[in-house]
Design a binder for this molecule. Sequence first.
Ligand code: M6R
Length: 612
Amino acid sequence: MCGIIGYVGREPAAPILLDGLERMEYRGYDSAGIAVRSETRGLQVKKAKGRLKALYDLTHGGADMEGTLGIGHTRWATHGEPNDINAHPHISENGQIALVHNGIIENYLELKEHLLRQGVTFTSDTDSEVVAQLLEFHYNECHNMLEAVGRCLRRIEGSYAFGIICADYPNALIAARKDAPLLLGYGDGENYIASDVTAILKHTRKVSYMDDGEIAVVTNDSIDVFDSELEPVEKTICQVDWDVASAEKGGYPHFMLKEIMEQPEAIRKTVSPRIRDGRIVLDELHLTREDVAAFARIFIIACGSSYHVGMVSKYNWERLLRRPVEVMLASEFRYCDPLVDERTLVIVISQSGETLDTMAAMREAKRRGGRTLAIVNVVGSSIAREADDVLYTWAGPEIAVATTKAYSTQLVLMDLVGLYFAEELGTVDEETYAAVLAEIQLLPEKMQVFLEHTEDVQYLASRYFNHDSIFFIGRNLDYAMGMEGSLKLKEISYIHSEAYASGELKHGTISLIEQGTLVVALGTYAPLFDKAMSNVVEVKARGAEVLALTTEDLAEKVSKTADATIAVPVTHPILQPSLGVVPLQLFAYYVALQRGCDIDKPRNLAKSVTVE
Ligand code: M6R
């Protein structure tokens, strides 16, 4: 949430900042701002409510702002409504310090009281402005920016990534981080800070990731990093292998559609390097066969769509491993006094690797002695760095707020790991192992075939986009998949929707079914197909309009009952959600398109949720 960028070099800073903010706009988009410093004009600040376009127009693409040092911010509001004043950068009272912030300062009220008593005047309602003012206060005490930042950080509680510039420092950006992502970008005669590597990919692929408590002083020809005691820290510079094109729309009208279409290739990249001679090889994993055998309990912890991957995996892993697998929302896990000890494996799943709830849950699990394994997309992200083991999904940058290819790659990777553990434990027979593995390798091809003909889904979206409440029902894996289909739809089309286990409907929710209610009936899981169909008949009998999703071999049977049917290719039953989810993503996409929604940047949301 909230995107931060900073630049120091020889080029005009404002256009570089605006370009970086555009690439990070999915992190928050209710307002944006930049601050640039020049010899002649000092600190100049421009902010605008709304999308980045407003700031772009206000500054004429940055041409109005002079200077080669600056910071920028795109906001997802926490404290204070989205308006020009609450937008970042925030300026200290004397106009000499500008600051951008991502995170939440928990003790801001107490600090604000203190500063008010010193006679400081505030202009915004934000917690972030308090830090800008506190910084001026300490700078006035010590006249050294690094020292002032250190003093400030010792007083604040909460999470933060800061970008700071000061009129007295014509060639330096200061950055600091705790529990919010921030990286340093190394250029040639110019350097960067950013919350997200996509913001600076165009300029450099050499980055280092800031750790909690660190402060960086960034000039055009040096980056010096210090710990919280202001002792120098050596950073490892990494080479990022994502290319710029993968973070651009490439001719598609929306990132979401592009990312849906990229799924076959993304799955290929996740799977292929991990299969050799018909066996799964997880070189990155440090867990031995004995470690795996010693786990008495497995938790899967995540949020949103990543949690839905966990739901599917719980069914599959329990089936394969014959071990209890508990899937929990990260925000709940953290505060439920979880039963984690040295014999517990805790798997955390996160696309961004920065979701605060997931990160905090992982830390809690570690604190209790659990062994952590992270399934993450963003290389070098906080969760990836802190987990005991990490397996990357290698889906490439995902820009649309609604996740698609990250979900699919997480799912297939979890299937792969589940199968691998099952083999280690001896709980899967050779025939099943070979059959599932062969089908995993065929998934990209089968998905591609489906994606080549999306007309039926488009047509059905145009038929149903006017419904104001939609139910997704299914059993077992179909239920888990329905949760994702329902989230996708509500997230981008704003249609109320619920996912229900079909068998549970008649225990209450069926009272909501009336003449014409749209029910998306999921019948792709062959072992429970007949049971699922009985529930379809029940909702039909109460007037529901039924859109069924099934597999090609069952389509004829389904179409006798359903009003409309979508069929996906057949695969091994435990892998069926990997194919079934694709029409659900497309349905959500085309419904949202019909309704004129802002698909890549749905209201109230942000891509990476770094607040609790
Ligand atoms: O980056 P993460 O996977 O940790 O994100 C978790 C959720 O915030 C995320 O999946 C969210 O639900 C998506 N916007 C759903 O499309």
